[in-house]
Ligand binder design. Structure first.
Ligand code: ATP
Ligand code: MG
Length: 602
C-alpha cells in the first residue's frame, strides 16, 4: 500500500491541504480527541474480526467454557467503546469543520472588503456570492466527511490488514491482486474529479449570478416579457451543472463497481491459496474465516476511500479558489503620508485613463485646477468622462498617465485611508444599506455621530421633511438598498451622509437629478453654505444648477473643451452656450434670453 498516496497527491494539492490544516491548528485538542475517536471506530471492527477465530475454533470446535462465557460480554464492550468513538469523531470533526468554514468565509469576505475596484469589475458578482455560500461549504465537506472517512476507513483497512497478517501472512498474499488495481482506480478517479469540480464551482457562480440578476430585475423581466429568455438562460446553466454532477456520479459508480470485481478476484485467490494440499491441513477453519472476513471487511472501507476522492478533490479545488481570492493583492496603497485635512487645492495634470477591460481611453489628457473653496462644475454629453474623472479622486482607479496633485503633492503619496477621509461623495447611483435612516446617514467612520448632528445633516439635505413622517423617525429601517424610499428620498439621504462627513472635498455626481425643482433649490442653498470652505466638484446635466459655479468645465470625449464662468462661456458662444440654449428652449417655451437672466436657482 505504499505507492497509493504518491499517485493521488501532487505538490499543489499538498500545499492547499496543508494550508487548510493550518486553519485547524487552534482546535488541536478537539482534533486529538476526534482522531482518537476515528481510530477507535475503525479499530473496533478489526478487533471484532479477530474474535472470529476463537469463536470458530474455541467456541464451536472445542466448546471452550471460558470463551462461551466471555464472548457476548466482549462483543457488547467492543461496540459500546466503538459507539463512544463514533460520537467523538462525528461531532468533533463537525465542530472543527464548521469553525474552519467560518474562518475561511471571514477571510474571503475580508478580502472582498480590501480588493481593488478592478476586481469587482472583472468578475460577475454571482461568483463572489457563491464563494461564500457554496464554495466554502465544499470545503466543509472535505474537512468533515472526507477526513472522517479517510481516517476511520484507513484505520479499518490497516486493522484488517494487521488481522490478516497475524493470522496468516501466507494467505495475505491474496491481496497482491488488489493493490495495483486500486492504486490505478484511485489515481484516475481523483484526476477526473479535480477537473470536473473546478467546472462545477464555476457553474454555481453562474447560477447564483443568473438568479440574482433575474430576481433583482423582476420588474423589467415582467414588463419586457423576459420570462422565456430568463427561463432558458437558467435552464442552460442548470443543465450543464446537472451533466457535470452526473459525470462525477458516473466516475464514482464505475470505481465502486470495479473495486468489487477486483475484490472478487482477490477472494478467489484467497480460497485457492487456502486449499492448496500442502496448506489445507495447517490452517484451522478459524484462521481461514478470520482472514476471509477481514478481507471482506476491507472492501466497503476501500470503496469509501476511493469514493472519498470525490469529496477531497472537490474540497481542495474549492479551497484553492478561496485561497486565490484571499491571496489577491489588496488595493495598492503606496502612499505613506497621512493627510490630516487638505486645503483642497486640487490639480489634474495631463490625466489619461484607460479602463483595464476597455481599450479606448475614457480620459484623454485632462488639465484642470480646482482652487481651495471653489466650486467646479463638470458638464458635457453622456459618456464624455465626467464620472471617470471624479472617480479618480478616491483612487478607485489610478490615472494611466498624468497625475493628480493635492496640496502640492502627488496624491499617490497619501495613504488611501487618509485620502478618502478628505472626500464626501454623492454618486450617480445612490447606495444605501439595509439599516435605519440614522445608520445610513452616519455610516462607517461616521457611526457614533450624535443624533443632533444627524438631524442637522438631514435638515440641510432637506430630508427631515419626509423622515419626520416616517413611523420611527430617523430610527426607521429603510429596507434592502432603501427600497422603501423614493428615488429623490434616497438621494437626499446620500446628500445628508455627505454633509455629515464634512470633508474638505465634496463630489456631487448628478446628486440632485431625481429631485423636484423646489427640493433642489433648497438643497442647493444648503450646499452653497456648505461649499464655502471646501473644494467642490459638481456634475450636472441640468445647467441651471451649475450657473453659479466658480468655473465650469465642458467635457467632450475625455477632454476638457471649454472652461470658464457661466458668463464667459455664454459669451464664448461654443459648446456650453449651445447646450444652454437647448435646455432653456426645452424647459420653458419662452425666449432663451428671458430664462437665462432668471435662473431657477436664483
Ligand atoms: N468601470 C468602467 N469600466 C470600463 N469602462 C468604463 C467604466 N466606467 C465608464 N467607462 C467608460 O468610460 C467612458 C466615460 O464614462 P463616464 O461614466 O465617465 O461618463 P459620464 O460623462 O459620467 O457620462 P454620464 O453623463 O452618462 O454619467 C464611457 O465610454 C464608458 O464606456
Ligand atoms: Mg456619469
Amino acid at each position: 500500500m505504499t505507492s497509493r498516496k504518491a499517485g493521488l497527491w501532487d505538490a499543489q494539492s499538498w500545499a492547499v491541504y496543508k494550508r487548510l490544516l493550518g486553519y485547524t491548528r487552534r482546535y488541536w485538542p478537539v482534533a486529538v480527541i476526534t482522531v482518537v475517536g476515528m481510530a477507535v471506530e475503525g479499530g473496533a471492527l478489526a478487533v471484532f474480526t479477530q474474535l472470529l477465530k476463537p469463536m470458530i475454533d474455541q467456541m464451536f470446535a472445542l466448546k471452550n467454557a471460558y470463551y462461551i462465557f466471555w464472548m457476548p460480554i466482549w462483543i457488547v464492550a467492543i461496540f459500546v467503546v466503538r459507539a463512544l468513538g463514533t460520537f467523538a469523531s462525528s461531532y468533533g470533526i463537525s465542530y472543527i469543520g464548521r469553525n474552519v468554514v467560518q474562518s475561511i468565509q471571514q477571510d474571503v469576505f475580508a478580502s472582498y472588503l480590501r480588493l481593488p475596484a478592478a476586481f469587482f469589475g472583472a468578475e460577475a458578482s454571482g461568483h463572489q456570492i457563491s464563494r461564500i455560500t457554496y464554495t466554502s461549504e465544499q470545503v466543509a465537506s472535505t474537512a468533515t466527511d472526507a477526513v472522517k472517512v479517510t481516517v476511520t476507513e484507513g484505520v479499518t483497512v490497516l486493522g484488517m490488514l494487521y488481522v490478516m497478517l497475524i493470522n496468516s501472512a501466507y494467505l495475505t498474499l491474496a491481496l497482491v491482486v488488489m493493490i495495483p488495481a486500486i492504486t490505478l482506480i484511485a489515481t484516475v478517479v481523483s484526476r477526473r474529479y479535480r477537473q470536473i469540480s473546478k467546472r462545477v464551482q464555476g457553474m454555481m457562480g453562474s447560477i447564483t449570478g443568473t438568479v440574482e440578476e433575474s430576481v433583482g430585475a423582476h420588474r423589467e423581466v415582467r414588463i419586457y416579457g423576459g420570462q422565456a429568455h430568463e427561463a432558458s438562460r437558467f435552464d442552460a446553466i442548470t443543465q450543464r451543472t446537472r451533466r457535470l454532477n452526473l459525470k462525477i456520479a458516473a466516475t464514482s459508480a464505475t470505481s465502486s463497481a470495479t473495486i468489487q470485481t477486483v475484490a472478487a478476484f482477490a477472494m478467489a485467490l484467497l480460497v485457492y491459496l487456502g486449499t492448496r494440499p500442502q496448506i489445507i491441513d495447517s490452517i484451522t477453519p478459524g484462521v481461514f474465516f478470520t482472514v476471509l472476513t477481514a478481507m471482506g471487511g476491507m472492501l466497503p472501507s476501500l470503496k469509501r476511500l476511493t469514493g472519498v476522492q470525490a469529496n477531497i478533490q472537490r474540497g481542495l479545488s474549492a479551497a484553492e479558489d478561496l485561497f486565490d481570492v484571499i491571496d489577491m493583492p489588496p488595493e495598492t496603497d503606496s502612499g505613506s503620508r497621512e493627510l490630516d485635512r487638505t486645503r483642497g487645492d486640487l490639480r489634474f495634470e495631463g490625466v489619461r485613463l484607460v479602463y483595464p477591460r476597455n481599450d479606448h481611453a475614457a480620459l484623454r489628457g485632462v488639465d484642470l485646477h480646482c482652487a481651495p473653496g471653489t466650486v467646479t462644475a463638470l458638464v458635457g454629453r453622456s459618456g464624455s468622462g465626467k464620472s471617470s474623472l471624479v472617480s479618480l479622486l478616491p483612487r478607485f482607479h489610478a490615472p494611466t498617465t498624468g497625475r493628480i496633485v493635492l496640496d502640492d503633492q502627488d496624491y499617490q503619496n497619501y495613504t488611501l485611508a487618509s485620502l478618502r477621509r478628505q472626500i464626501a461623495w454623492v454618486g450617480q447611483s445612490v447606495v444605501l444599506f439595509d439599516d435605519t435612516v440614522a445608520n445610513n446617514i452616519a455610516y462607517g467612520e461616521l457611526a457614533g455621530a450624535s443624533e443632533a448632528a444627524i438631524i442637522a445633516a438631514a435638515e440641510a439635505a432637506n430630508a427631515m421633511e419626509f423622515i419626520a413622517r416616517m413611523p420611527q423617525g430617523i430610527h426607521t429601517p429603510i429596507g434592502q438598498s432603501g427600497n422603501m424610499l423614493s428615488g429623490g428620498q434616497r438621494q437626499r439621504l446620500a446628500i445628508a451622509r455627505a454633509i455629515l462627513k464634512n470633508s474638505p472635498i465634496l463630489v456631487l455626481d448628478e446628486a440632485t437629478s431625481a429631485l423636484d425643482t423646489e427640493s433642489e433649490r433648497l438643497i442647493q442653498q444648503a450646499l452653497q453654505r456648505l461649499m464655502k470652505d471646501r473644494t467642490t466638484l459638481v456634475i450636472a446635466h441640468r445647467l441651471s444648477t451649475v450657473e453659479h459655479a466658480d468655473q465650469i468645465a465642458v467635457m467632450d470625449q475625455g477632454r476638457i473643451v471649454e472652461r470658464g464662468t457661466h458668463a464667459e462661456l455664454i459669451a464664448l458662444n461654443g459648446h456650453y452656450a449651445a447646450l444652454h440654449r437647448m435646455q432653456f428652449h426645452d424647459q420653458a417655451d419662452q425666449p432663451p434670453g428671458a430664462a437665462a437672466t432668471d435662473p431657477a436657482a436664483g
